[in-house]
Design a protein around this ligand. Structure first.
Ligand code: ADP
Ligand code: MG
Ligand code: MG
Length: 900
């Protein structure tokens, strides 16, 4: 909504509700909701995000805003029977930011607005000559106002407070009496004047207006901007401002303030979780200035308020039908609710709570499915550190790429490569990584950096490689020349073992043992969900079962061997969407491939291929058996053949050494010549895929024959095989037609009357193929989108080159919010997919459509593939459960989801 569409900028709490988050921010909308539920919320009003947008656009408060604030303030004064800053009986307010999404980096809260040198006396009188309370409130105002509104360095106030405590010989702020606090106010005012060049404002309305303006402006604070970019929060939403009548938790021992969750946000277990601090205000609870007590203690301190609080929490859960977190204050035995929202939770708690809420009849299974996601499930599948008291984290960084890794510390890429070659697992520790570290990152088990966030080079590259990474671990001082780092009094030298947790961001000294997660044990079939009392496994089982019942997309796996296929089937794969045949040319078969490449005559080539045939056939037999009648898409050989030859330098050395020894170098020389001849500037775009099949006689024919013969063999043994032959890198229908004509002849000859049916289709991974899909569909029985190559060629990115070289910069600039190799680029690459799907199906109704790039296991991409109407996604075995879950979620979500 743009500013001029509305001229109503201020809403009383009674006018709002929880669905108005866009307008009132999360905090304001929920304060309104609680007010209308009849809960004890101090009265107040919310200035809309629209007012903030208008302010930010023009640099001044929009017309009408001042008057509306005035009117609402007057109403508030009437309701409270007090006037803002009245010297005798002052109304005080808090000014609180609150955007649509909660956002670190924005202005926090200013409490006690309306206090000045005169009203501080009135406040004391009203509280029954409670001078201590009044001066405590005043010093808090100057401190918070100074820090958040006027950018006075907060440490100066904290320092002065410490000084006052020291002078008194105490560590507890409660030991400071009224006189101490009056003195502190004087000191604070001097600090304020020194940094701002003016006296602390005494006019209450000026305090209020400055605070409101500071909240508006904090929307564009640097940290807030950065956070928005990372989280893909639109930059133009703006924040709302809440002005709330103050209630006081610092009025004495019968007052206090607290925070609570309606269930455990860590495990999801039912019960009351919270902290309470008597005689305190606002942030004291979380700031750790004094020791809080568990919320249960409140029952002893103030049974009436405690019972009322439990009652309210139960009501909120029932109302929001979800875990809520709340902030409250007790003023002289009277409970006040200051905030609630649907609470953040861990991945495990998300599943457990969703299951519980179904049991309690609060939500149905569709809603439970909606409330969890694939990223959470993936987190629950990573191996975990088995932590006990022996292991204490020595540093806390950002969980940049999940997983659990242990290894010997190294400080350079070269050393990482060396030690890894000796079979050691290593953790590469750097201040921050750069493209030169790439080899070390590949060699390492995990990466630990002292600097950088979720979009740093280390984080981006590690995620791309699926490698564990903790970035920005504060407190780690890396000294590369000395080959050591220090952290919190520990020194860790090269070779010492550390363990890093890429989910929690924690760093441990020594090797922490790793265990497979319960959720993986469940998927593997070693943990029976009906028998375990593990609440998480039961919840996962229940929700997965529902996802399977709901989803329209089938989920297949990418698997090249019988063993991979078997594991993927346990994880729920319903076929193989991509069986690569490259590995069938490796190992001891290399020699046959060399013969094939070097063949000088047709006869030599035919010989080499004939030798490869039975080996390939056997591979396929194993896979078809394992998949027992499920479809298996086999991709004909894709990489350029020179990838199967030794590197140039190595061959050159071999030749030289053999010559020296006077050995026969004919073969080495021939290989060397072949490597030189086959060298490509740009192998990704060179002689590969279908082009190989068209250039090297008999190559595809051999593979097609092996597939068909294997299928027939399995069928003769009483099994079923459903092969689908997939031709890679097709860009024109003529390519496919040529391959298909030859393949069909071979298939007809091999299959005979065995009843075996072999489909022939193509990958869609060259943009031209997507754009001519209508023609290609005439010759293809199925399409499988190869989204990795489609992304490479769609963007003109060579993945290996770009991810390390500049993706961090693109992410920083917001050119994309996530690497297009991680999550499908809907607008560009996605559009190619849409076109191909539509035109392909128009030409051949019922054309089978799938995807076999890594995107097939990415949650957001799965939703996209559901939307464009594909039949299946295919992903690595470990991602199969994630894809199943997300396919189920996609099916129940009619419109775009709001998962934040
Ligand atoms: P945040 O967004 O950081 O949680 P809040 O606006 O919720 O900031 O304010 C932080 C704390 O300040 C609240 O939890 C509450 O304890 C205290 N607070 C805010 N407004 C008031 C008020 N009107 N009366 C008493 N305490 C308040
Ligand atoms: Mg709060
Ligand atoms: Mg490809």
């Amino acid at each position: 909504m743009t500013a001029h569409e509305t001229d109503k900028y201020v809403y009383d709490f009674a006018e709002g509700n929880k669905d108005l988050k866009d307008l009132l921010g999360g905090k304001g909308a929920n304060l309104a909701e609680m007010t209308n539920l009849g809960l004890p919320v101090p009265p107040g009003f919310t200035i809309t995000t629209g007012a903030c947008q208008a302010y930010l656009a023009t640099g001044r408060e929009p017309d009408g805003l001042a008057g509306q604030i005035e009117a609402h303030l007057e109403a508030l004064e009437r309701a409270m029977g007090r006037r803002l800053g009245d010297p005798q009986d002052p109304l005080l307010v808090s000014v609180r930011s609150g955007a649509r999404f909660s956002m670190p980096g924005m202005m926090e809260t200013v409490l006690n607005v309306g206090l000045n040198d005169r009203s501080v006396v009135g406040l004391s009188d009203q509280a029954g000559q409670n001078d201590r309370f009044a001066w405590d409130s005043y010093r808090r105002l100057i401190q918070m106002f100074g820090k958040t509104v006027c950018e006075v360095p907060g440490e100066e106030f904290e320092h002065a407070l410490d000084e006052a405590k020291r002078a008194k010989g105490t560590h507890d702020d409660l030991d400071l009496d009224a006189d101490d606090l009056r003195g502190l106010v004087e000191t604070y005012k001097k600090i304020f004047a020194k940094h701002t060049g003016r006296e602390f404002p005494q006019e209450p309305r000026e305090q209020l207006d400055l605070a409101i303006r500071a909240v508006f402006e904090s929307w564009n604070a640097e940290r807030a901007i950065l956070y928005r970019r990372q989280e893909r929060i639109p930059a133009d939403l703006g924040t709302a401002v809440n002005v709330v009548a103050m209630v006081f938790g610092n009025l004495g021992p019968d007052s206090g303030t607290g925070v609570a969750f309606t269930r455990d946000p860590g495990s999801g277990a039912q019960g009351i979780y919270g902290d309470y601090l008597a005689n305190a205000q606002g942030e004291d609870v979380v700031a750790g200035i004094r020791n809080t007590v568990p919320l249960q203690e409140l029952e002893r301190l103030d049974k009436t308020s405690y019972d009322q609080l439990l009652d309210i929490m139960a009501r909120l859960e029932g109302h929001y039908q979800d875990l809520c977190d709340i902030e409250f204050t007790i003023e002289r035995g009277k409970l006040w609710m200051l905030q609630t929202r649907v609470g953040k939770r861990t991945a495990a708690a998300a599943f457990v709570i969703a299951g519980q809420l179904v049991d309690e009849g609060l939500i149905d299974l569709d809603e439970a499915l909606h409330r969890v996601n694939g990223a959470q499930l993936a987190q629950l599948m990573f191996p975990r550190f088995q932590l006990d008291h022996e292991f204490e984290a020595v540093a806390q960084g950002i969980g940049a790429s999940p997983g659990a890794a242990s290894g010997a510390v190294v400080f350079t890429s070269a050393r990482a490569v060396e030690l890894a070659a000796e079979g050691k697992s290593v953790i590469l520790v750097r201040r921050e990584t750069n493209p030169d570290d790439l080899n070390g990152m590949i060699a390492a088990q995990g990466i630990l950096t002292a600097r950088g966030g979720k979009t740093s080079h280390a984080a981006v590259v590690a995620r791309g490689m699926g490698k564990t990474c903790v970035s920005g671990a504060d407190g780690i001082e890396v000294n590369v020349p000395a080959k050591r780092f220090t952290v919190g009094g520990h020194t860790v030298s090269e070779g010492d073992v550390v363990s890093i947790d890429g989910t929690t961001g924690k760093v441990y000294l020594g090797e922490v043992p790793v265990t497979p997660s319960e959720v993986v044990q469940y998927f593997e079939g070693t943990l029976d969900p009906e028998r375990t009392d593990d609440a998480l496994v039961r919840a996962v089982h229940r929700i997965m079962t529902h996802a399977d019942a709901r989803r329209r997309l089938a989920v297949r796996t990418n698997a090249d061997t019988g063993a991979d296929a078997a594991r993927a089937r346990r994880f729920g794969a319903e076929g193989i969407g991509l069986c690569r045949t490259e590995h069938m040319f490796l190992g001891d078969r290399r020699e046959l491939v060399e013969r094939l490449i070097l063949a000088a005559t047709d006869a030599e080539r035919t010989d080499a291929l004939a030798a490869l045939l039975p080996l390939q056939r056997q591979d396929f037999v194993e896979i078809f058996r394992e998949m027992a009648g499920l479809p298996v898409t086999v991709r004909l050989i894709d990489p350029p053949l020179h990838e199967f030859l030794p590197p140039l330098e190595q061959l050159a050395v071999n030749v030289a050494v053999a010559q020296e020894r006077g050995e026969d170098v004919a073969k080495e020389e021939a290989l060397l010549a072949a490597v030189r001849r086959m060298h490509e500037e740009n192998p990704m775009l060179g002689l590969r895929g279908v082009r190989l099949g068209l250039v090297i006689p008999g190559l595809f024919a051999m593979q097609v024959r092996a597939i068909a013969e294997a299928a027939v063999a399995v069928t003769r043994d009483g099994g079923t095989a459903c092969p689908e032959i997939m031709v890679p890198l097709v860009g024109a229908v003529q390519e496919l037609e040529t391959v298909r004509a030859e393949a069909e002849k071979i298939i007809a000859e091999v299959v005979g009357d065995s009843g075996v049916e072999v489909l022939i289709g193509t990958m869609i991974e060259v943009p031209r193929a997507a754009l001519t899909a209508g023609q290609i569909a005439e010759a293809a029985q199925f399409f499988s989108f190869g989204t990795n190559d489609l992304t490479q060629m769609g963007w003109g990115f060579s993945r290996d080159d770009v991810e390390g070289a500049f993706f961090w910069r693109y992410l920083e600039l917001g050119i994309f919010g996530i690497s297009p190799f991680e999550s499908i680029d809907r607008d560009g690459v996605g559009r190619l997919i849409r076109i191909a799907a539509e035109e392909g199906r128009a030409a051949r109704p019922g054309l089978k459509l799938g995807v076999c790039g890594e995107h097939g296991g990415d949650p957001d991409s799965v939703h996209f593939f559901h939307e464009v109407g594909l039949d299946y996604v295919s992903c690595s075995p470990f991602r199969v459960p994630v894809a199943r879950l997300e396919a189920g979620r996609a099916a129940i979500e009619t419109t775009g989801s709001d998962s934040r």
